[in-house]
Unconditional design. Structure first.
Length: 100
């Protein structure tokens, strides 16, 4: 089975990105379960915001990591990129018409 070197490198990079995300997610789950179980067992007042700061803060970071790995970007998605590219192509065409 032959692969083009460029495609093989991109595939390897993609697999490394996925592996990195899944490791990040596994560590997130294990560490946060450990922290929350310890807080639950050692305190009488579990449902307080400070107990969940790590969970939410790190979860936000994990969400950004997932967005990067899986290509989710609601603000600057593929359609936005296509519109911007088309806008600049049209602008260049208008500029070229001025000099004809």
């Amino acid at each position: 089975m032959e692969f083009e070197p460029d495609k093989l490198e991109r595939a390897k990079k993609r697999v490394e990105e996925l592996k990195g995300f899944y490791i990040h997610m596994a560590v997130y789950v294990v560490v946060n379960v450990f922290i929350l179980v310890n807080i639950y067992l050692r305190t009488d007042y579990f449902w307080q915001w400070p107990h969940f700061v790590t969970l939410f803060g790190w979860g936000l970071g994990l969400g950004f990591h997932a967005a990067k790995v899986f290509g989710f970007n609601p603000m600057f998605g593929r359609k936005w990129e296509e519109r911007q590219i088309q806008k600049y192509i049209d602008k260049d065409k208008e500029e070229a018409k001025k000099y004809k």
